[in-house]
Design a protein around this ligand. Structure first.
Ligand SMILES: Nc1ncnc2c1ncn2[C@@H]1O[C@H](COP(=O)(O)OP(=O)(O)OP(=O)(O)O)[C@@H](O)[C@H]1O
Ligand SMILES: [Mg+2]
Length: 463
């Protein structure tokens, strides 16, 4: 390379990487949550500081623009804002901490610790947006992940890198189930995103559901309902970013996000405030573009790397499974676990409705015997549910259907299999063995029935 070329290339490099000059503008308007500023050039997604006084400034993100006006959304509640307030572009926007010493810590949406355990000493800082993995380079889902929940392990087996929805109304047992998974899963690292829930619940989740045992290998990112919508969005992205970091270190990560609906609602608040027109149930179209963008970041890494297995809770308000967020989530996730209010009301916990739930990756990750057994269990249970009313009024005639007879005789053991106490853990192998036992129990009536004794039995299952 000639001296001139060398000079030019070193010159252009220094131009490229020189810090962006601090540009400033003025606030002209604030309507609802949206702040309008002029005289400042910033791209969407960049950060600014709004200088409320010489000592106090609030961070805000550019969420839109129109001509030479930019629209900002503050990260924190803002008071005392006046027309003409100075806005300064920030050059180090959106850096978040990552590293092993995040384990056991509770962070807010911008990665600051809120657990009173002193400052974080992160190994590194990174941007909020992770690298997009070429879908063809991703390792396929082929190995199961033990989540410690018998019904899931046995009947809805989840694979490493699978993204599941946890669909339920309020108070049906989502948090307890997620808490149990954090304590009992075989995943090496757990990242919990508590997004837009009640503040009281955050502490409850950490103290009771997670406990010391669960917290040790977890990172919790919490942004309760009274945080700004931007903070709630950031918290969802941060929990995903932290999970990505651990995945890139080759770890098997379990990412639990409670809830995806609150994430969608935060995006709805922002989009409506900026002027996007509402569509389905008040959700602007951008919400349905943002959900897949977040969810697609979970999953397996490239061949030989780590994995992010994720559970996203989806609130089905009024237990409405047709909610637009639920619909959109169902379409892009690799399966869903539905919690039933009816079961919860009967004290049947975890209130998993096995008929309505499905794990789409299950056939690829378990052996044929296990798959057949799980299908058999579901079929038996469905048949019983179809005939339940008849049975309850005494109109079912025994002997009409061998499967229904089997369930009537073995209902306590089938139900016992589906139930699990908060402090009980059932590993994958045990879940499978117990399913074999439940399905191979000869019905009491059958023992006295010579004819039925000769019914063929394969693999412990009745045909
Ligand atoms: N496995 C279980 N065993 C016994 N009780 C349970 C179990 N799971 C949930 N419960 C009961 O259900 C209650 C509600 O559970 P949880 O707080 O997990 O619901 P949620 O769906 O997270 O509610 P919200 O929508 O309010 O966040 C718990 O306080 C507990 O009494
Ligand atoms: Mg909850």
């Amino acid at each position: 390379m000639s001296k001139l070329a060398q000079h030019l290339s070193s010159h252009s490099t220094s131009m490229l990487y020189s810090p962006r000059p601090r540009i400033e503008g003025r606030i002209t308007r604030m309507i609802g949550l949206t702040i309008e500023a002029v005289g400042i050039k910033c791209a969407v997604g960049e950060c600014c500081y709004i200088e409320l006084s010489a000592q106090q400034s609030v961070e805000a993100e550019v969420v839109g623009f129109s001509g030479d006006r930019i629209y900002l959304m503050p990260l924190y509640p803002i008071e005392g804002l006046q027309a003409g307030t100075r806005v300064i572009a920030s050059s180090e926007s959106g850096k978040v901490p990552v590293g092993m010493n995040l384990l056991g810590r509770v962070l807010n949406g911008v990665g600051k610790p809120i657990d009173g355990k002193g400052p974080l000493l992160p190994e590194a800082e990174t941007g909020l947006a992770g690298e997009i993995i070429n879908p063809l380079m991703r390792e396929p889902i082929k190995q199961p992940l033990d989540v410690g929940i018998r019904t899931i392990n046995g009947l809805l087996t989840v694979g490493r890198g699978q993204r599941m929805g946890l669909f339920a109304g309020s108070g049906v047992g989502k948090s307890v189930l997620l808490g149990m998974m954090t304590r009992f899963t075989e995943a090496e690292i757990i990242v919990v995103g508590l997004i837009g829930e009640r503040g009281r619940e955050v502490k409850e989740f950490i103290d009771h559901s997670l406990g010391d045992e669960g917290l040790k290998r977890s990172v919790v990112v919490a942004s309760p309902a009274d945080d700004s919508p931007l903070m709630r969005l950031r918290a969802s992205q941060l929990s995903t970013r932290i999970a990505e970091y651990f995945r890139d270190q080759g770890k098997n990560v379990l990412l639990l996000m409670d809830s995806l609906t609150r994430y969608a609602q935060a995006q709805r608040e922002i989009a409506l405030a900026v002027g996007e027109p509402p569509a389905t149930k008040g959700y602007p179209p951008s919400v349905f573009a943002k959900i897949p963008k977040l969810v697609e970041r979970a999953g397996n890494g490239e061949e030989g790397g780590g994995s992010i297995t994720a559970f996203y809770t989806v609130l089905t308000e009024g237990d409405d499974q047709q909610d637009p967020v639920a619909d959109s989530a169902r379409a892009i996730l690799d399966g869903h676990v539905v919690l039933s209010r009816q079961l919860a009301e009967q004290g049947h916990y975890p209130a998993i409705d096995i008929e309505a739930s499905i794990s789409r990756a299950m056939p690829q990750i378990i052996d044929q015997d296990h798959l057949q057994m799980a299908m058999r269990f579901k079929q038996l249970y469905s048949k019983f549910r179809q005939n339940e009313d008849l049975i309850n009024v005494g109109a079912y005639v025994k002997g009409s259907d061998p499967d229904t007879d089997f369930v009537i005789d073995n209902l306590p053991s089938l139900n016992a299999y589906l139930r699990q106490g908060i402090n009980e853990s059932f590993p994958l192998l045990q879940s499978m063995q117990q399913m074999i036992m439940v399905l191979s129990t000869p019905p009491a009536a059958e023992q006295n029935n010579q004819q039925q004794l000769h019914r063929p039995v394969t693999n412990g299952l009745q045909k």
